[in-house]
Design a protein around this ligand. Structure first.
Ligand SMILES: Nc1nc2c(c(=O)[nH]1)N[C@H]1C(S)=C(S)[C@@H](COP(=O)(O)O)O[C@H]1N2
Ligand SMILES: [Mo]
Length: 405
């Protein structure tokens, strides 16, 4: 396990054989080094994937809440999302990973590619693709979802991949960020017209973050996805990968990194991907507009299969990399039962889980999952969610209806 993980991802700890603890009452020492509590099957030595790869032994049970659902195929310029019922690999295949873009999908010849680092730096940097690829290479497993992912798409705006590229922090350090440089802006080469106060102007896709966020050593300038050159639809030849953040932070077709002394207010920071929620602001209840950044603690059931005499209830967890305490499943409003988390999971990957359901009666059932992190934060129900009229950050528990046969 550890040898196929890069050095900066901690290896999984030894298997935990004491799983009798009640959910929600698992001592901290039971968290693996990378934050994953192993469930019973893994502890018993049964490989997580043995019973999950869809095959002759496994039959999909139909969700009655998605009878008419069809995931759109990959097509030029189109949004693509996963049919999450079909998730049966840890890494999402490149040709099925969801696709979202807000402008065009530019084709950039490798020979023409250039990345610049500009603004409040001691030394402006310009790199062609060969120079970029000559920099020290890092790899990381990261899963993410669009900030607009939601239950009505059955969470299909999601994927998990191994990204390969070079450290953003090292590049910024080489450029030498000046003391006044507090904001780092990432521009893609795609763009379009934006109407701002009745004036139509040309804009490229842009996203930014505070310098302290940008210096996270895990952020990568990536040219590889699951061991292959980054595909066109995912930002070829180079994109940003910000592990633990919503998809929008991962700027595709990246060609400029600009350091400035104040907030960048472009569409995707200032107007779009902005959640509006009612929050306690220092003792005062206020409506707050905030840019979508770190992935909120979330789990969802996406697949139920029959395997021999039992059923597998499978789903995913995404969050910002905070270690998890447990993932639990409740059936027809019954007690929360602990699910097993895929031991391949790492800090920023998605964490697939499985609950082995024995004795399921034929007929329709309601299933729901929830995830709890090491700080005791529990994934909220729809009723517990903050008042939040925008559709960004859809992280409530998602009850599913399934027909068991
Ligand atoms: N240049 C550029 N980067 C972009 C976007 C875009 O429109 N242009 N869309 C963002 C959004 S909203 C998401 S959810 C992710 C999707 O990445 P993917 O298509 O590789 O899954 O890319 C992000 N990066
Ligand atoms: Mo997105």
């Amino acid at each position: 396990m550890s040898q196929d993980h890069p050095a900066h991802i901690l290896p999984l700890a030894a298997q935990d054989t004491d799983t009798a603890n009640a959910p929600g009452n698992i001592p901290r020492r039971k968290l693996l080094q990378n934050g994953i509590a192993l469930g019973t099957a893994a502890a018993a030595g049964m490989p997580f994937w043995a019973s999950l790869a869809l095959g002759a032994e496994e039959t999909l049970m139909p969700f009655t809440d998605m009878e008419t659902f069809i995931a759109p195929p990959v097509a030029p310029g189109a949004v693509h999302y996963l049919d999450t019922r079909g998730i049966d690999t840890f890494y999402t295949p490149n040709d099925d990973f969801y696709i979202v873009q807000h402008y065009n999908q530019p084709t950039i010849a490798a020979a023409d590619y250039k990345l610049t680092v500009t603004g409040l730096v001691n030394k402006t940097i310009e790199l062609n693709l060969a120079q970029l690829k000559a920099r020290p290479k890092v790899e990381i497993d990261a899963g993410f979802e669009c900030g607009g992912n939601r239950d009505t798409l059955f969470q299909g705006l999601i994927g998990n991949a191994r990204w390969g590229g070079t450290s953003l922090k090292a590049l910024l350090e080489e450029a030498g960020v000046q003391a006044e440089g507090i904001e780092v802006v990432f521009y893609g080469s795609d763009g379009g017209k934006e109407t701002i106060r009745d004036v139509s102007v040309d804009q490229n896709f842009g996203r930014s973050m505070h310098i302290l966020d940008a210096m996270n050593p895990d952020i990568m300038i990536a040219w590889e996805m699951n061991g292959q050159d980054l595909p066109l639809y995912h930002g070829a030849p180079v994109r940003l990968v910000v592990p633990g953040w919503y998809g929008v932070a991962n700027v595709k077709w990246l060609n400029q990194i600009h350091v400035q002394d104040r907030r960048y207010m472009g569409r995707f920071m200032g107007r779009d991907y902005v959640t509006l929620s009612k929050r306690d602001i220092g003792g005062q209840e206020r409506w707050e507009e905030r840019s979508v950044t770190k992935i909120r603690l979330k789990s969802s059931i996406v697949r139920v299969t029959k395997s021999g005499n039992s059923h597998n209830v499978m789903g995913f967890v995404l969050n910002d990399g905070t270690p998890l305490r447990a993932v639990e499943v409740s059936i027809d409003g019954g007690a929360w039962q602990q699910a097993e988390i895929d031991p391949k999971s790492s800090k920023y990957s998605w964490k697939l889980f499985n609950y082995t359901w024995t004795g399921a009666a034929a007929g329709e059932h309601t299933l729901v999952s929830r995830v709890i992190d090491e700080n005791g934060q529990i994934q909220a129900t729809t009723e517990e969610m903050p008042e939040k009229p925008t559709r960004w950050e859809n992280y409530a528990q998602f009850p599913r209806k399934v027909m068991i046969s």
